[in-house]
Each structure stands twice: as structure tokens, then as C-alpha cells.
Design a protein around this ligand. Sequence first.
Ligand SMILES: Cc1ncc(COP(=O)(O)O)c(C=O)c1O
Length: 362
Amino acid sequence: MNETLAKTDIKIEQVSTSRVHEVDFSNLQFGRMFCDHMFEMEYKDGAWAEPVVKPFGPVQITPAMNALHYGQAVFEGMKAFYVDENTVHLFRPKMHHARFNRSCRRMVIPETDYETFIGAIETLIKLDKAWIPQESGTALYIRPFIFASEDYLAARVSDEYKYYIITSPVGAYYAEGFNPVSLTTPDGYVRAVKGGTGEAKTAGNYAASFLPAKKAQERGYTQVLWLDAIEGKYIEEVGTMNIHFLKGDTLITPMLTGSVLSGVTRDSVIQIAKDWGYKVEERKVSIDEIFEASENGELTEIFGSGTAAVISPVGKIEHNGKTLEIGNGKIGDFAKRMFDEITGIQYGKVEDRYDWVHEINV
Ligand SMILES: Cc1ncc(COP(=O)(O)O)c(C=O)c1O
């Protein structure tokens, strides 16, 4: 069946049979099952063509396409939350879209408009509402991405792009309780440098992080704690999270220096902490300062923030053969309160005082 949505003029090709019965909602794994429909839009001859929502499935690409060879590609990661049978919430889609466009600008990819983005997501959510998990802690993960698709093997900016949005039901991150993660600083590796691509959500940043992350995991650590690339002294962020430190009633967060991803959850944590009356410092934070604060007993909590886990307690950091341990294997009170506040807003249980939630009537 084809129909056109007036709002954003998205052409819809619906599946004839849904695959939703194949989903085991009691055992969801991240990014394994994809909803019936996906959004697709192509860029050619200097303009984005007609947007379509169509059955999820393989896409045709040329082996010569730029994204495969030179990595001209960007993505976003956000979530939709089941509130009740008529209501779904998106969390801060405007901020995600603004970052998507910033990533595009850095990677010389043509920008896209918010109306198409939100129209596409609303269309997908309405069509695939049966795929949205309902259990507490679960969500529908939304992955918008754009890649350079021109059939031309030269190391230069592509003239053609493909823009997709795919969605996937994801389970509760903390189904078995909060397990604090352990981090280690990378020996001899850097993630990003000011002026590079660290603040863009682009494919190559992640590819570059896989080897150091693998080495950290082989040594028993969950993830890498990245330090600045010039002095190897200042804390930047974690694999797919920003990081925060609580010292008494001061929340300290590494500032956005140009090499750190500007997290949507990071921004939410900072705004909420200010409202709660905490002193908030966004500044350079050295790894030595954190070890010292831990030794002096001043450091109260360490936690990461990101779309996937929302808040992730950090229990251990290793750096240059020294180890800092914090929290006795438990999530701290501040981190737990922050987790409850943000998830409360996401699921419509806590008042949305910041106008962060975009409600969809399904
Ligand atoms: C490198 C990196 N840092 C931080 C984050 C956290 O950002 P957000 O809170 O927007 O998910 C992510 C996840 O998107 C990430 O990939």
C-alpha cells in the first residue's frame, strides 16, 4: 500500500507481513533485530531526493563507494520510550538532530532538515508501534545515518549520499542491577585530537577505538578512559559515554575541547545537577587530580552518561600501574538519583520541566 504523509511528504511502502512475531521481547539483544520499516533518502545532483519509508532490508551499494574506502559517514543514536498504548516519547530529538548536522558539516556531508528527521521517525514509530518494547527499562533504539555512496574511487568528497533511519527494540540495560564498569587509560593510543573529528559522530572514530578497547578488555577492563592527545593528562571521555566526577557537592565534567563528543545525556546531567543546587564545573580535569581526590577521600562518585545506559557507575580506574577504586561495587546515591530523574522524564513519570520530550501519539 502506498500513501503520502502530508506533513513531510514521505512516501510509504508498507510490508505485507510483519516480522514482529519473531521477536523474543523477554530476551532482547542490542542491535540484533530491526523493525519492519526503514527510512531512506538519497542525495544526488546537489539535492536530497524524495524521502521514502519502506520495508527494512539490504541496500544496494557499489564496491567503489567512498564510505567503504574513506569513511565519509555519520550517525546518531537516540531512543523512543513506551509511555502507554497511545503515547511514545522521544528524548531530545532536536539536540540529536543538531549534532547530526554538526557531524555532517565536519565530514562535508550535506545537512538535512529537522522536519524530515522528525517526520521520518514519527512515521516509523507509528508503523512499527508493535515493535516498541513495553517493559520498564526497555526502549526502541533509533539509528539515523548518512554515508557517501558515489560510484567513484577517488579520495575526495562524494557527490552522492544515502540517508537511512533504522530502528531496533532494545532490552533493559540494567536488568540484573547496576554493575559498575572498570576503565583503563590507553597505553600509547589516542581517540581524538582538537581539530580532528572527535566531536563528530563519524564512523572512523569508532574504528580507531576498537584496538585499544580490545586490549583493555583483554586486560579485564570494560572500556578505555580516553585522555587528551597532546599531553596525555586531561580526561576526555569513555568509549560511548561522557564522564562525570562528584566531589562533595561539586559535579565536575571534562569540558568540550573540540575532541570530545557533546553528549545529549551529558548536557541533561549538567542541567539537572545545576537545578538540584550542585556546583557544576565544566573544565579541564586531569587524571592526576582525580587520583589525588580519591586518595584524599574527596571523591564521592564517578559515572558515565550516554544514550545506551543513561548513567553508568564507574567502580575502578587504572592509570600508569595505579588503581583507583570507588563505590564498593555499587551505584552512588547521586548517580542513582540522576538515573531515576532522567529515565523518569523519558518514560513520562517525572515532569518534563525542560521541554526535552517529544510526544508521539501512536
Ligand atoms: C564517543 C561517545 N561519547 C559520548 C557519547 C554519549 O552521547 P549521548 O549522551 O548523546 O548518547 C556517545 C554516544 O553516543 C559516544 O559515542
